[in-house]
Design a protein around this ligand. Structure first.
Ligand SMILES: Cc1cc2nc3c(=O)[nH]c(=O)nc-3n(C[C@H](O)[C@H](O)[C@H](O)COP(=O)(O)O)c2cc1C
Length: 190
């Protein structure tokens, strides 16, 4: 499967990149073709026009690159920190630039925080947004508490419980990826 991992923090001292690398490693090990959309790397402008509102070939180059990744993806993993109990602005800004690229594809939420609650409050907000964007999220959420200590800089789990916990989450996501892909082949309502 082609999977886009979307991670949204532009902070200099950001920690969630470790969780993004962890899930990229795990999905790659299972043979998936994984691309990271990192809000810091792609530096999308604060939303003016959505990608679809540009004339063909006129969108900023970075938007075009993100569009291509999203369009090819069979599903999305949203790696999100929790800022004041909700979605980091950089992540929401990136999600909002695109629309039909997401349609009829599943998403999976990986939330995290510095404290003990693993970003569960942002996960609840994200569910509503992801459904509205046309990429409903799978039932299981993967919350990571104390993200700064959970993985090393390469995304290797320090707490080995994450290596076993991730298996069921990925298997569930794969089921939805396959089901949605098969049904997309039969056509979509729009
Ligand atoms: C603006 C801001 C708001 C935050 N709000 C919360 C919060 O509501 N709940 C929480 O558990 N942690 C909160 N934190 C702490 C984050 O969980 C922690 O800094 C985490 O590493 C942020 O993700 P990042 O490093 O990928 O940017 C907040 C951090 C920032 C910068």
């Amino acid at each position: 499967m082609n999977i886009a991992v979307i991670y949204g923090s532009n902070r200099a001292d950001r920690q969630g990149i470790k969780a993004a690398r962890f899930i990229i490693n795990k999905l790659s090990e299972r043979g998936h073709n994984v691309k990271l959309i990192d809000t810091k790397e792609y530096k999308l402008p604060f939303l003016d026009k959505m990608y679809k509102e540009y004339e063909a070939g006129k969108a900023p180059e970075m938007m075009g690159k993100v569009h291509e990744i999203l369009k090819k993806a069979d599903g999305f993993v949203i790696v999100s920190g929790e800022y004041n109990h909700s979605i980091p602005a950089a992540l929401k800004n990136t999600l909002d630039h695109f629309q039909s690229e997401y349609y009829f594809k599943p998403s999976a939420i990986l939330s995290y925080s510095a404290g003990p609650f693993g970003g569960l409050r942002v996960a609840v907000h994200l569910r509503a947004v992801l459904s509205e964007l046309g990429m409903p999220s799978i039932p299981t959420i993967f919350p990571v508490s104390a993200v700064q200590d959970a993985f090393d800089d390469e995304g290797i789990a320090v707490d080995k419980n994450y290596d076993s916990r991730i298996v069921r989450y990925i298997e569930e996501f794969e089921w939805y990826l396959t089901a949605f892909k098969n049904q997309r082949k039969e056509g979509t309502p729009y």
